[in-house]
Write a new protein. Structure first.
Lengths: 520, 225
């Protein structure tokens, strides 16, 4: 008998030699995601193994127990996936603070949906606590435009006070978790999109709603934290990063800082996809930015069974042998589809000809691909709309389908991003081929399958092998600005260099946009 | 309509039905074949609107269901114009009568013009004269141009949720200037969709693009016939 110790839980099981690790999990009712049924195809049952002969990630369905081992499972997914990690880099040592020993700084990324705060040691930059919370402004409206309208028409305080409360709450909680006094927090930095920026600071956002859609305040600022209901050291500074344009905010400025666009030699494209897609193209010589109204389709809105990337969302879809298989967050019953799942799904359905290149769902009698024929009966009508059933209604599983209108929404969204990329390139006088790297920021960028994103035309094909995910680069940028005045100054300088391209004013946008609506 | 015997009556209905179905299917060949037959002294320009409109209505329904997409709508406009050209070959007056002026504008503080441009493309394809005032158009600009061009239809489009208020102001101003009776006003865009049937005093409010196109054609027929 061999001993297998499983983390989390520190459970030790005695195992017959020669047993498959994967079978052990099934017997012990340990949840491991296995969409391919243990055939070694999907890599979803990966576990981290430490033993005399092994160290690293292995597919548990391909491992036979021949020795004692320590096995760590992937962290079970819980609640909304908040992207906290980015790539930490070295920073300019010029601190804001004259004295950094025993002193802490806090960096915030205020998102439309979630707010994350990172508490760090001022001297080392070591993160000692991270807390996140849902943006309480959701109670008033989900999207930024409606929130800004509410602020202008009704009362900005209803939006400003709850978000300041949450930011303070996060400060108190992180301090508590790190075992320090809030009084030791001497500096706070804030990044967010322009709307979140204005609403947090209590700045009237009316200029964001009016042509030419500009922020009321562009400049980076150094304020006093106590004026913003932050119950930390009374002398603490509040650092706010600069905005770039109406819908390219301080969060994008923070990404530019973290990615050091001011030092990049090679042509780099940064893409952050949310309700708005923010794009920056360039290098140390020139920077061009635009925002493109991708619409919230990739966040699950406007999609019949769309949802955010929480438990129950189909986050991946793939063809495995002759089946379309889904990976559901949490491994339980599917509730809907999130952005990454939508991209996979459309790519798969295009591949087997169930969706035509013009976006129409193919007639069942015209299907030819053997896998598509297998799913022929899944194409049906619901209230006059052609749909493809993903999950038929069964015990404990509600019916889930992808409708023709959903596919249209995806076409509109992906065409907007694709057109934005093309027009930035044109303005720069380069072709998409000349882009050396595409850096995808944010949670969505971290979870999408790049080849599928190219398949549906969200991203041009020639960028497929040049794409990297940079995680929460905005949060990382906020950290740098909190730790270093030198970094903050760099950010301010970079933002001054950015040229903004207003796509809506571009004559070519519409023509290109219509051309890019089809799948290729 | 000319009088027909039983057999002819039946074949006329059949032909019209074929035209409707061909229009719905965007089958250029069959549309033109039917239209050629119907045009040869059987249906007048105004009479052929009935089956054409029915076909277009169905195209609109398919668009609503997502089956057809933007390019399909535009193609339907091109088909329609081809039928008009058949009639125009024999009677050039038809073109002038058909050519009512439609003025379009995206209201103040809004620059989202994709929707407006889709409609403009379809209407242009169909042969309407389009005066496009562009985006972020103020009230004075609209009033000035209405006086100048005397359009039969004014289409106001707005995407921002406050656009609906702007539309209301424009329509009020038209009344003050005694222009309200001279122009049919249609409002559209997401602003209208989201605000449902808020009464701003427009003659029509359109959720789907084909409704806008049909409305313009209705005005055209009323003016011409």
């Amino acid at each position: 008998m061999k001993k297998v110790t499983i983390q989390p839980g520190n459970k030790t099981i005695a195992v017959q030699e020669g047993q498959r690790l994967y079978n052990l999990f099934i017997q012990a009712k340990i949840p491991v995601d296995t969409p391919c049924g243990g055939r070694g195809k999907c890599g979803k049952c990966n576990v981290y193994i430490q033993s005399e002969t092994k160290l690293g990630w292995y597919q548990s369905c391909q491992i036979t127990v021949t020795e004692d081992m320590q096995v760590s499972l992937k962290e079970p997914e819980s609640g909304l996936k908040v992207l906290e990690k980015g790539h930490q880099r070295d920073w300019d040592p010029r601190s804001w603070l004259s004295q950094t020993e025993g002193v802490y700084v806090l960096a915030y990324d205020i998102g439309t949906t979630t707010v994350v705060g990172f508490l760090m040691e001022a001297s080392t930059g070591k993160v000692v606590a991270v807390k996140s919370g849902l943006n309480p402004q959701h109670a008033i409206a989900a999207d930024v435009i409606s929130r800004c309208e509410y602020a202008c028409k009704v009362n900005i305080q209803d939006l400003t006070l709850p978000i300041r409360d949450l930011v303070n709450e996060i400060a108190q909680e992180t301090a508590k978790e790190a075992g320090i006094s809030p009084n030791q927090i001497r500096l706070v930095s804030i990044v967010g999109n322009t709307s979140m920026h204005h609403l947090y600071l209590g700045i009237n956002p009316n200029t964001l709603l009016k042509v030419p859609y500009q922020p009321a305040v562009y400049e980076g600022m150094m304020l006093k934290a106590y004026n913003y209901q932050l119950l930390i050291n009374s002398e603490a500074k509040l650092i706010v990063l600069p905005n770039i344009a109406g819908f390219v905010g301080a969060d994008t400025a923070a990404v530019l800082l973290n990615e050091e666009f001011d030092c990049l030699k090679e042509l780099t494209l940064m893409l952050d996809i949310g309700t708005n897609g923010e794009l920056v193209l360039g290098n140390a010589h020139r920077l061009l930015a635009c925002s493109t109204a991708a619409g919230p389709a990739f966040e699950g809105a406007n999609i019949q069974f769309g949802m955010r990337g929480t438990i129950g969302a189909i986050q991946k879809a793939a063809i495995i042998e002759t089946q379309i298989t889904f990976d559901v967050i949490g491994g339980g019953v599917a509730q809907g589809i999130c952005g990454s799942g939508l991209i996979d799904l459309v790519a798969v359905l295009l591949e087997i000809g169930m969706i035509r290149s013009d976006g129409r769902i193919e007639k069942p009698d015209k299907l030819t691909h053997p896998i598509a024929l297998h799913y022929r009966d899944r194409i049906t009508k619901k209230e006059g709309q052609t749909v493809i059933i993903l999950y038929p209604q069964e015990d404990g599983q509600k019916e889930i389908y992808l409708g023709q209108k959903d596919i249209r929404q995806i076409q509109l969204a992906k065409a907007a991003i694709h057109t934005g990329i093309k027009l930035l390139c044109k303005k720069m006088g380069v072709s998409t081929d000349e882009i050396v790297q595409l850096r995808l920021a944010g949670a969505f960028g971290a979870h999408i399958d790049i080849s599928n994103a190219c398949r549906i035309g969200l991203i041009p094909w020639n960028l497929q092998d040049k794409t990297v995910s940079i995680g929460n680069a905005a949060g990382e940028g906020a950290k740098l600005a909190a730790l270093s005045q030198g970094e903050y100054d760099r950010c301010v300088d970079m933002v001054k260099q950015v040229e903004f391209l207003e796509l809506a004013a571009d004559q070519e946008f519409q023509q290109q946009y219509f051309q890019n609506l089809n799948f290729v | 309509m000319k009088s027909f015997g039983d057999w002819e009556e039946k074949s006329l209905t059949e032909l019209e039905n074929r035209l409707i179905h061909a229009m719905e299917a965007l089958d250029e060949e069959v549309v033109m074949e039917c239209a050629c037959k119907l045009q040869k002294g059987i249906l007048t320009f105004y009479q052929i609107q009935v089956p054409l409109n029915e076909g277009m209505k169905r195209v609109g329904k398919l668009f609503e269901a997502g089956e057809y997409f933007i390019a399909d709508l535009m193609f339907s406009g091109i088909l329609y114009n081809q039928v008009i050209q058949l009639y125009a070959m024999e009677d050039e007056e038809i073109l002038k009568e058909n050519c009512i002026t439609v003025m379009m504008a995206v209201t103040q503080n809004d620059i989202h013009d994709i929707g407006k441009d889709i409609i403009a493309s379809i209407l242009r394809a169909e042969g309407f004269r389009i005066i496009d005032l562009g985006v972020d158009v103020g009230i004075e600009e609209i009033i000035k141009n209405i006086k100048k061009y005397e359009p039969a239809v004014l289409i106001l489009s707005g995407t921002m949720s406050y656009s609906i208020d702007e539309m209301k102001h424009i329509i009020e101003m038209l009344s003050q200037e005694n222009l309200r009776d001279k122009v049919e006003v249609l409002i559209g865009g997401t602003s209208v969709n989201d605000n449902g049937s808020i009464d701003v005093g427009a003659d029509a409010c359109s959720i789907e693009p084909m409704e806008t196109v049909m409305f313009c054609r209705k005005v055209m027929v009323e003016k011409g016939a």
